[in-house]
Design a protein around this ligand. Sequence first.
Ligand SMILES: [Zn+2]
Length: 283
Amino acid sequence: MRIHHLNCGTDCPLGGGLFDGRSVALTGHLVCHCLLVETDAHGLVLVDTGYGLRDVAHPHRGPHPRITRFMRGMLNIQLREAETAVRQIERLGFRAEDVRHIVLTHLDFDHAGGLEDFPRASVHLLQAEYDAATGPRRSFVARNRYRPSQFDEVRDWRGYGALGEPWFGFGAVRELAGLPPEILLVPLPGHTWGHAGVAIDRGDRWLLHAGDAYFYRGEMRQAQRHCTPGLRGYQTMMEVSREQRLRNQERLRALSVEQAGRVSVLCAHDAVELERCVAGAPL
Ligand SMILES: [Zn+2]
C-alpha cells in the first residue's frame, strides 16, 4: 500500500510560536494532516478530509454555516481550494470517484469538511462520534465543532462500537467493512467522545494517525510531555473528558517511546511532523 501525506487545510492562529513552537511571525502555522492510501483491491482510502471545496466556496453562508466565524477567527483559518483533498487527489492523477472509503478520526469541522467532495465513499468512524455529532449539541463548543451542514449529504455511514481486539495494549476495531485488514480504528476518546486513531500496517512498521489525541510533536517520543501554551489551551478548550484525553495521550506517549522501532505516531495538526513524513524522514 502506498501512502501519501497531504495537508488539507492551513490555520494561522495569532500567537505564532506560542502555538506551533517555531514561528517568529505573529501568526502560527498549523496543518490538517490527512493520509491517502492506495490499496491493491479496495481503491483509494482517505484518512480524514480537512477542509473541502464547499468550505472554501461558502464557509459562512446561510443559517447553518459550514464553519463558524468564531472558529474561523480563533484559528485564522486559511481556505484554499488547492489544499482540498479532492484537488490534491486530482493532481496525483486520480478522480474523486476513486476514493471508495474515508476513515475518520472524528467529525470536527477541520476533519470532516471534505466528506461531500467524495460522494461514492463509505465513511467509517466510531458510532459514538456519529452520535455525538448528529445528536443534540448543547454546549458552545459542541455547536462550533460539529457542523452537520458539512456531512448531511453523506449516504453511506459505517459506525463501529469501541470494543475490539488488542493492538499494542490498545483496543482496536479490525474489521472495517470493505477495507483491508491492514487498516484499523483505535479508539482514543477524550478530545471528542468517539475520537479514534487510524492504524495502518505497512509491513515493516505501523503508522498511527492519532488525529487530535495530541497536537504538538513534543508530546510524543519523549518521556516528558512538552506542549506549547497555545496548543495546551486549545486542547483543554476542546476536550470532552480531561481524564480520558490525558490518559490516552499518556498511553500514546508510552507507545511512541517503547515501540519507536515498530510504530510511527503522528497527529493531525503539527506542521513539522507533516514535513518529516512528506520527506520520508523519521518523526
Ligand atoms: Zn482538529
